[in-house]
Write a protein that binds this ligand. Structure first.
Ligand code: BGC
Length: 718
């Protein structure tokens, strides 16, 4: 449909029909009309008309059902406007990939794009049009449960991943490519910085910090063309995002030039009341529509009050028209006016969803996401090793993680079953549950452990211990699991810890008791196979952390791109009192950003700059470094380039990631890697919030993580 036709269509709609378009309902309203009327409609006090006026549906999928719902809806829709089907497809539809925090550790945006493409394809053939992904909220606090959905603490990586997800979901031609779906960047904005890591809590960051660290990933994903943006639950500068005109009108619409659909998060409009900025639902509706929120998800402030607000002259009808037009534009961009069923196709659904090809991509993604945190030589396992697999997640299919709605655990292998292919006689015991255990379980595990040389101890979290609403104040493994580890460690056997979890944990004590630690995250549908492949050495680990692991909870937030302070340990050492440090633990995290071991080792030598001076105007120099594989395996290394601006008008982080490259190196092979530094990489956000660049001294750093680095100085000159 042409733009003028859409405008025309908006004009033909009555005011209630327009307001209907702004309403999003869950699938249970649509699947069976009779139960909807006696169930959710009654519960929310809604009038039946809303069923054929609501513009979009959340959380329903399956080609057959969606085709039927769409057909019934269009038949009743006066002007034949199709429904939009949306859902949270966060790390895969039914083929489940590692959780986003795991995927990020692959340092492979292309692979992440591929996973998003697969997720889009499976969703599209199952009838979906929109996914509420990517979540690009920068996070520095692992207490926050949604850390599992983020790609970590770095603005640059978050930008690359945000863009990769959007491109993977949307492709290049959303209108005609019906194996793609629209993306929704969330949660705009600053949702990843709740005080104390407590879910939905106050966010209070300066605009300068917001613009320097948090905004870039949203901006990049929007720039990549994301069709939707979702509002955040939190406040920013004292105003809930969902009512925040400066954020939504000035920053999102004007500055970032976003002209797609802005959807509220679940109930976020009504929540303006408990936030304390709206007295009632009418005022909540007024504030949200004025901020430019187009769709209200699952509360009914718009439905109940927008008409009255227009009739009383409290809001301009134009605000509603503009929101409706954006929603119709989205429907049009998805090609729904021409084909309201779009990709929904039962036969394709049967062929495509969880296909062998998709499972192979899930396996690759899991293998690249897993991070080896410690290894004293006990990994890879040897085929003659007598192993026991012990722990609450050893024989569990809870490997998919939160937000894996359509993932089917019955199709997922357990770590024990995946390892038994290599070790048909492996010993196994549960030892304890995830949260509690009995002395019988413990004793049995100890007996089993005594008969093995190497113990694969599989510990971690269950899916519901992370994700939305799962903030914690303790980052250690549950007590029963620590107890199991303690008791097993007394046997003086080799302990290889495999962690299945969704957040950086406090592993200080754990680490001392283990010979090797493999952080597998929630690795997805093919996670068990991936872990087994790495343990036996069929695959060499290559993941690198995108979020620091603290030494203890009191260190939080601990992140690599911090400011120096006036009394840094770097300058003053750690002796003496009046230094920016803790007296009980070092400032550094236990495992830093960018860290991850391989079965081989890499040596960095000979960092050279093409020139030590770079011109301010269109300057460009190259840096080169030689990496050698000095160990006994072929391997993959991620070379990380960091920059520090030594003197700015505002303070600059001690390191900022500016680029990276992932390379394969055979045993003894070496490669020279070059990196181009452009003036753009030397800019920063000044206190006037403008991008600034000034002549001065910089340090260029390169290494395999954010702490082990080679460095060279360079000057930016006029
Ligand atoms: C979450 C969103 C999600 C939405 C719909 C909310 O509670 O914050 O991220 O997209 O629910 O399921």
């Amino acid at each position: 449909m042409k733009h003028e036709q859409l405008i025309d269509l908006v004009e033909q709609l009555t005011l209630p029909e327009k307001i209907g378009q702004l309403q999003q309902l869950t699938g249970d309203f649509f699947i069976d009309r009779e139960t909807a009327i006696t169930g959710p409609m009654k519960e929310y006090g809604l009038d039946e008309n809303l069923l054929h006026q609501a513009g979009s549906v959340l959380g329903l999928s399956g080609a057959a059902d969606l085709i039927e719902v769409q057909k019934n809806y269009i038949e009743k829709s006066r002007l034949g406007i199709p429904l939009l089907f949306m859902a949270d497809i966060i790390h895969g539809y039914r083929t489940i990939f590692p959780i986003p925090l795991g995927l990020a550790c692959s340092w492979n945006p292309e692979l992440v794009e591929k996973t998003a493409q697969v997720a889009a394809k499976e969703s599209a053939v199952s009838g979906l049009h929109v996914t509420f992904s990517p979540m690009v909220d920068l996070v520095r606090d692992p207490r926050w449960g949604r850390v599992m959905e983020s790609t970590g603490e770095d603005p640059y990586l978050n930008q690359l991943y945000g863009k990769a997800f959007v491109n993977g979901y949307q492709g290049k031609d959303l209108t005609n490519d019906h194996e793609r779906i629209a993306a929704c960047v969330k949660h705009f904005a600053g949702y990843g910085a709740p005080e104390g890591g407590r879910e939905y809590n106050t966010v209070d960051i300066s605009e300068w910090e917001f613009r320097d660290f948090y905004l870039p990933a949203y901006a990049e994903a929007i720039q990549a063309g994301s069709k939707l943006v979702m509002t955040a639950f939190n406040i920013l500068e004292g105003i809930p995002a969902t009512a925040n005109k400066k954020l939504m009108r000035d920053i999102l619409r004007k500055e970032l030039k976003f002209n797609g659909v802005l959807i509220s998060d679940w109930a976020a409009i009504k929540e303006l009341i408990p936030h304390g900025v709206a007295a009632d639902e009418a005022e909540a509706a007024e504030l949200a529509i004025e901020a430019g929120v187009d769709i209200e998800m699952m509360t009914f402030c718009y439905h109940h009050f927008l008409q009255e607000l227009v009739e009383e002259g409290l809001i301009e009808q134009g605000l509603i028209d503009e929101a409706v037009l954006r929603i119709l534009e989205l429907k049009n961009d998805l090609g729904l006016f021409e084909n309201p069923y779009r990709g929904a196709d039962e036969q394709k659904e049967a062929e495509v969803v969880y296909s062998e090809e998709h499972q192979q991509i899930a396996l690759k993604a899991a293998e690249e996401s897993i991070v080896l945190l410690k290894n004293n030589g006990s990994l890879p396992l040897k085929i003659e090793d007598k192993i026991a697999v012990i722990g609450p997640v050893a024989n569990s299919t809870d490997l998919l993680g939160n937000w894996s709605w359509k993932g089917d655990r019955s199709e997922t292998q357990t770590l024990t079953s995946a390892l038994s292919i290599y070790y048909p006689h492996l010993l196994e015991a549960q030892g304890c549950g995830v949260l509690d255990g009995s002395s019988t379980q413990l004793e049995e595990a100890l007996e089993i452990a005594k008969n093995a040389d190497k113990i694969i101890l599989a510990l971690g979290e269950s899916a519901d211990m992370v994700g939305e609403g799962a903030s914690v104040t303790n980052l250690q493994l549950p007590e029963c699991q620590l107890n199991l580890l303690n008791e097993i460690s007394k046997l003086n056997k080799t302990i290889v810890l495999v962690l299945i979890n969704g957040r950086p944990l406090d592993l200080s004590d754990v680490s001392e008791k283990c010979d090797a630690i493999l952080e597998a995250w929630f690795p997805g549908s093919k996670g068990a196979e991936a872990v087994a492949n790495i343990l036996v050495g069929n695959t060499v680990p290559q993941g690198k952390l995108t979020m620091s692991f603290p030494r203890n909870i009191g260190q939080i937030p601990v992140y690599y791109n911090a400011f120096n302070t006036g009394r840094p340990t770097e300058l003053l050492g750690t002796e003496g009192r009046y230094i920016s440090k803790y007296v009980d633990v070092p400032n550094t995290p236990l495992f830093p950003f960018g860290f991850g071991l391989s079965y081989t080792s890499f040596d960095y030598q000979d960092l050279q700059l093409s020139s030590k001076e770079m011109k301010m105007e269109n300057g460009e120099i190259t840096a080169s470094v030689t990496i050698r594989n000095t160990g006994n395996h072929d391997g993959v290394e991620t070379i990380q380039w960091y920059i520090r601006d030594l003197v700015g008008k505002v303070v600059r982080p001690v390191k900022e990631l500016k680029g990276f490259e992932k390379i394969h190196l055979k045993k003894n092979e070496s490669k020279q890697i070059t990196f181009t530094i452009t003036t753009d990489q030397l800019t920063y956000i000044h206190s006037d919030f403008k991008k600034t660049i000034e002549p001065g001294e910089f340090i260029l750093m390169v290494g395999g993580d954010s702490e082990n680095i080679l460095q060279e100085r360079l000057s930016l000159v006029l």
